[in-house]
Structure formats: structure tokens, C-alpha cells
Design a protein around this ligand. Structure first.
Ligand code: 5GP
Ligand code: ZN
Length: 110
């Protein structure tokens, strides 16, 4: 855990979030500033800064396992998974997968 990390604080329930799924390794919650009607953040509970810092690819399997369950539960077929990486793009320095679907999603590249 990183005591300065906002997503670690959500994992530790020190900051409120609309949590929609949780297991030993993965947490899913609604983005506080959604870009579309469905915008969830899927994160490893363990603090990993970004893709370059992943030391155990098992967490990616865990995350995509959860994403698959989630899209089944939410009954969505059209969705995007976005991972921002790097200082210019990634605002929260705890690896997270944006799951975006719903009204604002288009067939554009991103
Ligand atoms: P990034 O640019 O790092 O990929 O995106 C970070 C995302 O985290 C943004 O979409 C932002 O709205 C979301 N976010 C930032 N702080 C919080 C927070 O405290 N709670 C929740 N639920 N989402 C947050
Ligand atoms: Zn963290």
C-alpha cells in the first residue's frame, strides 16, 4: 500500500467510493467523474503504479477475469477498456482499467 495513493485509500475504505465488486485481489468502483453512463474503474488491490511496474502478470489475469464477470452482470456487449500510462495521461498513479460503456461510447478509435 502507498499511503499517499487515493486508490489505496479506497481499497482500505478510508475514502468512500461506489464499490460494485470486490475480491482478494481486485476492486471495482464507479468513476467519480464518469465520461459515459457506465464508467467503472477496475484496479488491483495491491499498489502497482502502472503497466511498466507490473511484476506479476497474474494480476492481469485476475483483472480480466473480473472484467468478464462484470460485463456479463451488466449485460453489456459494447464497451471499451482504457489504460492510461505515463505522466501526461495517467492522473492517478495506481494501475487502473477504465471500463466504459453506455450512452457516450462511439465507434471511434478511442
Ligand atoms: P487516469 O487519467 O489516471 O487514467 O484517470 C483517473 C480516473 O480516476 C479519472 O477518470 C477520475 O475521474 C477518477 N478518480 C480520481 N479520483 C477519484 C476518486 O477519489 N474516486 C473515484 N471514484 N474516482 C476517482
Ligand atoms: Zn495505490
Amino acid at each position: 500500500m502507498d499511503t499517499d495513493c487515493i486508490f489505496c485509500k479506497i481499497v482500505l475504505k478510508q475514502i468512500n467510493a461506489e464499490i460494485i465488486y470486490e475480491d482478494d485481489n481486485v476492486l471495482v468502483f464507479s468513476d467519480i467523474n464518469p465520461v459515459s453512463s457506465i464508467h467503472k474503474l477496475v484496479i488491483p488491490k495491491k499498489h502497482v503504479k502502472d503497466i511498466k511496474q507490473i511484476d506479476d502478470v497474474g494480476i492481469i489475469i485476475n483483472i480480466f477475469d473480473v472484467i468478464k464477470k462484470l460485463v456479463d452482470d451488466l449485460q453489456i456487449d459494447n464497451f471499451k477498456i482504457v489504460v492510461n500510462n505515463g505522466d501526461k495521461l495517467q492522473l492517478v498513479k495506481h494501475l487502473h482499467f477504465h471500463l466504459i460503456s453506455g450512452d457516450k461510447v462511439t465507434d471511434k478509435l478511442i
